[in-house]
Every structure is written in C-alpha cells, then in structure tokens.
Design a protein around this ligand. Structure first.
Ligand SMILES: N[C@@H](CCC[C@H](N)C(=O)O)C(=O)O
Length: 289
C-alpha cells in the first residue's frame, strides 16, 4: 500500500504549467516514479511536474523539495513549480520571503506586489559544455552545431545551450510554428548530444525586452509554460546580444519577467494559481505498477 495515501495535495498551475504539490512533511514517505506516473495519468491529479514537499533539511529553509516529471524522472529544477510551492507555504505562514531547498541548492523566494506574484532567485546559469551536459566538447555554447533530421534541418539550427539547474537548448526562429514540437520534440529531447536529455525551446525575439517561447519539456512533452526554459531563453538572448538582461518571456500560458542580474543571478517573477486541494487516496495508485 502506498505511503502517500491520505497525504494532502494541491493542484496548482504556474501560467498553465500543471503542478501537483504533495505535502509529505512530518512523514518519511517518498514519491516513487511509478506513483508519480499513476498520478500524472489521472484527470484529477494530472500534472507536468510533481513537487514533493519534505521537512526542511538546511537551517533557515522552509522545506526541501523533490521534483518529478510526468514520466516519473526526477529533476533538480522547476521554476513554475517552485513559485507554486512558495505561494502555498507563504499562504500557510504569512511569510513574504522564504527559502526552499532542492538537490541543486537553495532558492530564495519573495512575494510580489499582488498576492499571486512570486519572485524566485533561480541561481546562476552554467554555460560550460560538460555542465550542460553535452556529449562533445564545445568551446562556445552560444550556438552549437547539432545534426538534426532532414525535415527539421533547413528550418532550425545552431541552438544556444545552457544549464539553469536543468539542461536547455534554444533554437532562435522568426516563426514559432516553423517546426511542430509535438513531432520533433521527442527526437530533439533525446538527441545523442544530450546525455541527460534536454528541454527544447523555440524562441522568437520580438524586441530588446521581449521574447516569445514554445517549449517541449524533457519528461513532460509540450507544456503551456516552463519557468526554467524562460530563464534559459532570457540568459541566452542576452548572452548573444539579442536582448538586454531584463525581459518579458511570453509562453502559450502567459508571461514571466526574467532579470539576469549583473551578479549573474536569474530572477524569475510570475503568478501561481491554486485550482483545488484534496488528499491522495488508494484508488489513485491503483494503476501504479
Ligand atoms: N516546467 C518546469 C521544468 C521542469 C523540469 C524539466 N521538464 C526538466 O526535465 O528539466 C519549469 O517551470 O521550470
């Protein structure tokens, strides 16, 4: 029987990125890949990412979080999910600033001017090929050569690559519909250049302060929004002189403001929305292996 039964959950979203927050504080329960996949398949608990909230480990933090994609894979960063957890814990305690911990480190979160707006310090980007990681060395990751199939090759090429807690490849395009990510996303996500797979974005720069973005997420597929992809696109656009360091990134689900500060930290600001809450039941795991 699953140790998750009767644990409270919040069904939330961050500009349409579907997030399931499962509260495991006060217990030793851990979400397994099978349990995550079972919850992701159901309409009432469907998610792109599951944020498992555990008791704090580091002093001064509000909680430790594990992050699972809909395919059950565990990852170390999720921008939209972090805003959702921060929103939920701030609502609980009334705090306007909290620090969350993941395997990748500490994330400072602060409440914005309106109750639903949260800013997260997403840390610093890594541009070295081994840190992304890529399977071959590149001296310059602002644009890498990537062998892709004959249908896509004339349309997209030379992505910028970066790790913002997770690996991202950004293809710069004039038209976001030039490639159908539902068709090409799986091939690009699993390209041999990316030994840990990658999140794949099509990005269109519309001004020095604005980018529009479509994302095929590693482990989740096409989603309405991806916070780390917005950070990855913003730092890559600034690094390649396409924009300044303070931009609005508009995804199909809505906009996020991304500021890449001079001290190298990336600040992401956007909303978190609660859809419903409940408790996990035995029936929800009946499909788990
Ligand atoms: N939607 C997330 C990113 C979640 C993780 C990603 N799919 C990965 O596997 O790296 C976000 O808002 O950042």
């Amino acid at each position: 029987m699953s140790a998750l039964i009767d644990r409270p959950f919040l069904k939330m979203n961050g500009i349409g990125n579907e997030i399931l927050v499962v509260d495991l504080r006060g217990s030793n329960a851990r979400v397994s890949a099978d349990e995550a996949r079972a919850l992701a398949r159901r309409t009432d608990t469907r998610f792109d990412q599951l944020m498992a909230v555990h008791d704090p480990r580091a002093p001064g933090t509000a909680a430790f979080m594990r992050i699972l994609n809909a395919d059950g894979s565990e990852v170390s960063a999720c921008g939209n999910g972090t805003r959702c957890v921060a929103w939920a814990l701030m609502r609980e305690t009334g705090a306007r600033e909290i620090t969350l911990e993941t395997e990748a480190g500490l994330l400072a979160c602060s409440a914005g001017e309106t109750p639903d707006q949260i800013t997260v310090d997403m840390g610093t980007p890594k541009f070295g090929w081994a840190d992304i990681p890529l399977s071959e060395p590149f001296a310059d990751t602002r644009a890498i050569e990537l062998q892709i199939g004959p249908i896509d090759a004339p349309l997209i090429h030379s992505p910028s690559v970066v790790n913002v807690g997770n690996p991202h490849a950004i293809f710069w395009v004039d038209d976001l519909s030039v490639v159908d990510l539902r068709r090409s996303g799986p091939m690009l996500e699993n390209h041999p250049m990316f030994p840990e797979r990658a999140n794949i974005s099509l990005a269109k720069v519309t001004s020095r302060e604005a980018i529009t973005l479509k994302v095929w997420e590693r482990g989740a597929g096409l989603t309405l929004a991806c916070g780390t992809a917005a950070c990855a696109a913003a730092v890559s656009a600034a690094r390649t002189r396409r924009t300044g360091r303070d931009v609005v990134v508009t995804l199909p689900g809505g906009p996020l403001r991304i500021v890449w500060r001079e001290d190298d930290h990336i600040l992401m600001t956007g909303p978190a929305e609660l859809e419903r809450q409940g408790r996990l039941t035995a029936e929800m795991f009946s499909a788990a292996a």
